[in-house]
Design a protein around this ligand. Structure first.
Ligand code: HEM
Length: 463
């Protein structure tokens, strides 16, 4: 393990189901201190309860051991720490999804996804995202005095992904997918029992229907590609059909395209909607920051022609807004933590973490370390003025190492584009005095974070 002199990182050791059951026998090894929880269940239920009550940070604080580095977790050899998901999750997402893959298979699929998610390819998608956002604001924000932010942000990010990943226009096929994905997601937190009336079973049935729709799309898009009727980067599925290996064979099988389209949909929409929701809340609570974001966006409007869509270069000018988003993710990381399974005994900080245990790296705790981020509870976007000065693996909202989020640029584009139209088109204030959220496992606000809105400019004129 490599220790970092510039920062202290945390590793949290949680003892999950089977794992602990198998390793409970008396060991001569020096195990990390703390309770192992009850057999089979370990401490998972306690953690889930704490997350629901939004007390997970406190729960972790009592179990924290400052003896290892995030870098170790994020960059460790996959023969020692790997990413295996529980069997039921694997069945829902499909066993060829990127999270499940390791070694050369992981590199190949990640490379293929990045052929669409890399900045050069995404530049062409800004206009499409711009269009989805304007349609969304026209339909769901205009003419309203009060809205619940969180459910609307989920609708928006779902629609953006549908358009950019699946290339599906608004209409019945998109509506069907919304419903199917809602059922599919329910299975993630359900008991792993597959019987005709269980949530897992409903989730698996939804997966099977989503698979049929994606296979149908693959067929349609392959035909269009063959007839050269579509650009190669039209959407993720088209792009994946188009990536080839050295022998000109497709790099991904159809089943891999299905599983990875599903995982991108799940990984990409709840995370970005959480960022946008916190963004709105934090601006309403911090008028100075709100004003600086307005100044930056109005400067951009002044430089653009009437009704001109945003471009990649406009987004590059939104430096302050992105710092606000990063600071919002520092304080409230959308993903609470990343898990890894221990495949070989590991020695860490004088303790042995036995094979079979689960290790959890909780971004929220690293982000609240005052040795890295002074006065960590303070909302202070200027911390990110010089990102190079932040020690490596200490801002980990997007993870780190070979599995670092490949959707970073995508998330940046959709966040900044939405921020632009929100700031230039509306002003808002929080409806409730108390706005709290629980984790389920993604953040869920009480009443969806209601806000009162006023239109500054109709959205069609705001461009
Ligand atoms: C603000 C929004 C987002 C946040 C905070 C976020 C966070 C993360 C984190 C922390 C990981 C690493 C998990 C680990 O190490 O186990 C991850 C992985 C991943 N994310 Fe994101 N994500 C976001 C948006 C997106 C978007 C928009 C997409 C796709 C369009 C996406 C696709 C993925 C994929 C495919 C992985 C798995 C990578 C791999 O295993 O190599 N994410 N994300």
């Amino acid at each position: 393990m490599e220790s970092s002199s510039s920062a202290v990182y945390y590793v949290f050791l949680l003892f999950f189901p089977l794992v602990f059951f198998l390793t409970r026998k008396k060991s001569s090894k020096k195990l990390p201190p703390g309770s192992l929880g009850i057999p089979i269940i370990g401490q998972s239920l306690c953690l889930l309860r704490a997350m629901k009550a939004n007390k997970a940070e406190e729960w972790l604080q009592n179990r924290i051991h400052k003896y290892a580095a995030n870098k170790f977790i994020y960059t460790c050899d996959e023969k020692i720490l790997n990413n295996q998901q529980p069997t039921s999750t694997r069945r829902i997402f499909g066993d060829r999804n990127i999270i499940e893959l390791s070694g050369e298979d992981h590199k190949r699929v990640r490379g293929a996804l990045l052929s669409f998610l890399k900045p050069e390819a995404l530049k062409q998608s800004v206009a499409k995202i711009d269009e989805e956002i304007k349609l969304h604001l026209e339909k769901h924000w205009h003419g309203r005095k009060e809205i619940a932010v969180m459910p609307l942000m989920k609708t928006l990010t779902f629609n953006i992904i549908c358009s950019l990943i699946f290339g599906i226009e608004r209409g019945p096929r998109r509506d069907t997918l919304v419903e199917l994905f809602a059922h599919l997601l329910e299975g993630m937190l359900a008991l792993p029992i597959d019987l005709p009336f269980t949530r897992l079973n409903r989730s698996l049935r939804a997966r099977s229907k989503i698979r049929d729709i994606i296979l149908e799309l693959i067929h349609e898009k392959r035909e269009k590609l063959e007839k050269q009727e579509t650009p190669h980067h039209q959407d993720l599925i088209t792009s994946l059909l188009n990536v080839r290996d050295d022998t000109s064979s497709p790099l991904l099988s159809d089943e891999e395209i299905v599983d990875n389209s599903i995982i991108i949909m799940i990984a990409g929409h709840d995370t970005s909607s959480a960022v946008l929701t916190f963004f709105i809340k934090l601006l309403a609570e911090n008028p100075d920051v709100y004003k600086q974001v307005i100044d930056e966006q109005e400067e951009i409007v002044r430089e653009k022609a009437f009704r001109e869509v945003l471009t990649w270069d406009d987004l590059a000018k939104m430096k302050y807004a992105w710092r606000v988003a990063l600071e919002s993710m520092r304080i409230n990381p959308p993903l609470f933590g990343n898990f890894r399974r221990v495949l070989q005994d590991i020695e860490l900080g004088g303790y042995v973490i036995p094979k079979g245990w689960q290790v959890m790296c909780a971004a929220c705790m690293t982000h609240m370390d005052e040795t890295i981020f002074p006065d960590p509870s303070k909302f202070e976007p200027s911390r990110f003025e010089n990102q190079g000065a932040t020690p490596a693996y200490s801002f980990v909202a997007f993870g780190g190492g070979p599995r670092m989020c490949p959707g970073y640029e995508f998330a940046r584009i959709e966040t900044l584009t939405m921020v632009h139209y929100l700031i230039t088109g509306f002003q808002w204030k929080l409806s409730l005095e108390e706005n709290f959220f629980s984790r389920n496992p993604m953040p869920v606000f009480n009443k969806g974070l209601p806000i009162q809105i006023e239109v500054k400019k109709p959205i069609v004129d705001a461009v």
